[in-house]
Write a protein that binds this ligand. Sequence first.
Ligand SMILES: Nc1nc2c(ncn2[C@@H]2O[C@H](COP(=O)(O)OP(=O)(O)O)[C@@H](O)[C@H]2O)c(=O)[nH]1
Ligand SMILES: [Mg+2]
Length: 340
Amino acid sequence: MMIPTIPTPDELLDKGFRRGKKAADLMRTQKIPKHLKGKKIEETRVVTSCQVIKDKLKSILDSVPEIEELPMFYQDYIDITVGVDDMKQALGALNWAYGIITQLEKEYGAKIRKNPSERATSFQKQAYGRLASVVNKIKKDLDFLDFAKANLRNMPTIDFDATTIVIAGFPNVGKSTLLKQLSGADPQVANYPFTTKGIQIGHVERHWKHIQIIDTPGLLDRPVLEMNDIELNAMVALEHLADTILFIFDASETCGFSLESQYNLLKQIEQVFSEIPIIYLFNKMDIVKDVEDQEYIKPYVDEFDDAIFISAIDGEGIEKISKKFDTIKKIERESEDDFY
Ligand SMILES: Nc1nc2c(ncn2[C@@H]2O[C@H](COP(=O)(O)OP(=O)(O)O)[C@@H](O)[C@H]2O)c(=O)[nH]1
Ligand SMILES: [Mg+2]
C-alpha cells in the first residue's frame, strides 16, 4: 500500500493558504472591472485554498483501498499492524473534512460573490478560520495515518492465484538455505508484524504453475504456546495464504533443538493449521548419513510414510520436493470468492 506523505494540519493549511495567496496575487494582475476585482480576488483565494487542501485529502483517501474488499490475508495484516477499526476511523475523519471543506468552499464563494466588495475580505478571513478549525480537528487522524503509512510500507506482495507454501521449523534447521535452493534468486523481503527480519518470499515456476514459498522468521519457528495474542494472530493470518506447510526437521539436531522438541513444535503447528496439508522434511542428511543406523531418529521418521530426506546445503533431495509440489492442490477459500 503506497500511502502518500501525510502532512500535519499546519503543513496542510500552510500549503492551502500559500497557494490561495498565489492565485489571489495572479488575479490582481488580471483586467477585471474595478467593482468586481476585490470580490474576485477573495473568492479565488478561498476557493483555491479549499481545493488544494481537498486535493491532498483525496490523494490520501484514494491511496487506501476499501479494506473489506481486500483479500482476508491483507485485512488481517492491516488489523494486526495498525488496527482496521482505527484505520477506518481515520479515513472516515478525512472524508468528513473533505465534505465540510466542499461546503465551506461553496458557502463562502457565494457569500463573497453576492455581497458588497467591502465585505469580501472579512468573509475570506471567516472562511480561513473555519478551514483551519476543520483541518485541526483531524490532527489525530493525520497522525494515525502517518503511523499507518510507516507500518504498512513494504507489505508483502502476494500472488493470490499462485500455490503458496509456508515453511515452518525451528531456527537453524535450514529454512533459509532450502528457500534459496528451491527458488534460486534472492527472495523478496517484506515487512511482517512480529518478525524481526520480515518475511521472505521465493518464487518457483513449475510446469507453468507459479509457486510462492514463504519463510516467516519469528512466527513458525517457535512454540505456539509461548506466543501472545497478537503474535498468534500474526501467525494465524498465514492460514489464509498457505496451501501447504513445509515442516523442516533438522535430523542432525545441530540446530540445537532435539528431535523431540522439533516434533512438539510440529504438533502445535498441526493444531493451528489443522486444515492445511503438511510436507515433512528431514534436513542435514549429509551429517546424519544413514537413518537406519541412527536410533534416535527412527521413532520420528517412522511417524511419517512420506517424509523426504534432504540436504538443503548440497541440494540433495530438492528434486523430490519439487515433484511433491506438483501434487499440491490450491485451497479454494470462501473469503476469496467473496472478493471477486
Ligand atoms: N550440514 C548441513 N548444514 C546445513 C544444511 N542446511 C542448512 N545448514 C546450515 O544450518 C545453518 C542454519 O541454516 P539456515 O538456512 O539459516 O536456517 P534457518 O534459521 O532455519 O533459516 C546454516 O549454517 C546452514 O549452513 C544441510 O543440509 N546440511
Ligand atoms: Mg532463516
